[in-house]
Design a protein around this ligand. Structure first.
Ligand code: PAF
Length: 281
């Protein structure tokens, strides 16, 4: 496995792999890798001959009061995980390599970006779409792999790829959980042991929601109420949002009669965690 830091080095390697006729996968990440990322890299390496992992903490997707400066960074540790999981190349540029200081161009997706996390994190998805577009231009992969934990991000990227005719297939991969049900996330590292325990309420509330849906309930209001009740029983939890939306358009739905995304964002102490599941009616 090799690690490159410049766009030129990455492009040269891509040119040579393309010339050899290799299929190429891209797994975009911000580092601080865990088993969730390993599962993406693993799947990518089963389905493609060469796997590129990008590791870049993208400053333009963080709001002014978010955790850009404290976001965990450990390239050596990440490299070990990448190699074990089957990556062939890490692209780990500095911010100055990715962004011109006088850059005036960005990618913005309308509609799908306004609700859920987009409502609370203005500009976040413009930052994501811009960096992902740049990565697609730097690494001309056949397929790119994203986690379903960031369900809104995945829906937005799929739409962007369709609308802008990027020649790449977007693959969504299932959420990876700890044994006790907590969805793996780089931000779990911020939790104290008490908060770590309290964070289990996210999955517990979604499990209650699933039970309700399995019993045949169609009202999304009732669904949200049940999830809210579970979350409110945890003193360390502060609900950011509970949303039930059309899984494709991310528009609100009142009745469960098509595939829906049930997504929650909850502060546990200062740490904002997200979780979700998709229900196929
Ligand atoms: O999901 C992430 O880690 C980031 O949003 C991504 C897609 C790597 C863009 O910076």
């Amino acid at each position: 496995m090799i690690t490159v830091k410049t766009i030129e080095e990455a492009r040269n390697q891509m040119k040579s792999w393309k010339k050899e006729g290799y299929s190429i996968a891209l797994v975009p990440t911000m580092g601080s890798l865990h088993e969730g990322h390993a599962s993406l890299i693993n799947r990518a390496s089963k389905e493609n001959e060469k796997v590129v992992v990008s590791i870049f903490v993208n400053p333009i997707q963080f709001g002014p009061n978010e955790d850009l400066s404290s976001y965990p960074r450990d390239l050596d540790k990440d490299s070990i995980l990448c190699e074990k999981a089957g990556a062939h190349l890490i692209f780990a540029p500095e911010t100055s390599e990715m962004y011109y200081t006088d850059m005036v161009t960005g990618v913005s997706v309308q509609g799908l970006t306004t609700g859920l996390c987009g409502a609370k994190r203005p500009g976040h998805f413009n930052g994501v779409c811009t960096v992902v577009s740049k990565l697609f231009n730097i690494i001309p992969a056949d397929k790119a792999y994203f986690g379903e934990k960031d369900a809104q991000q995945l829906a937005i990227i799929k739409r962007m790829v369709r609308d802008l005719n990027f020649d790449i297939e977007i693959i969504g991969c299932p959420i990876v959980r700890e044994d006790d049900g907590l969805a793996k996330s780089s931000r779990n590292a911020y939790l104290s042991s008490k908060e770590r325990q309290a964070a289990l309420v996210l999955n517990r509330s979604l499990t209650k929601g699933k039970e309700l849906l399995s019993s045949g309930e169609k009202s999304t209001e009732l669904l949200k109420k049940i999830i809210r009740n579970v979350l409110q029983n945890e003193v360390l939890a502060k609900i950011d949002y509970i949303e039930v939306v059309d899984a494709m358009s991310l528009n609100d739905v009142e009745l469960v009669n098509k595939p829906i995304l049930i997504a929650i964002a909850v502060f546990i102490g200062k740490t904002r965690l997200i979780d979700n599941f998709i229900w196929e009616a």
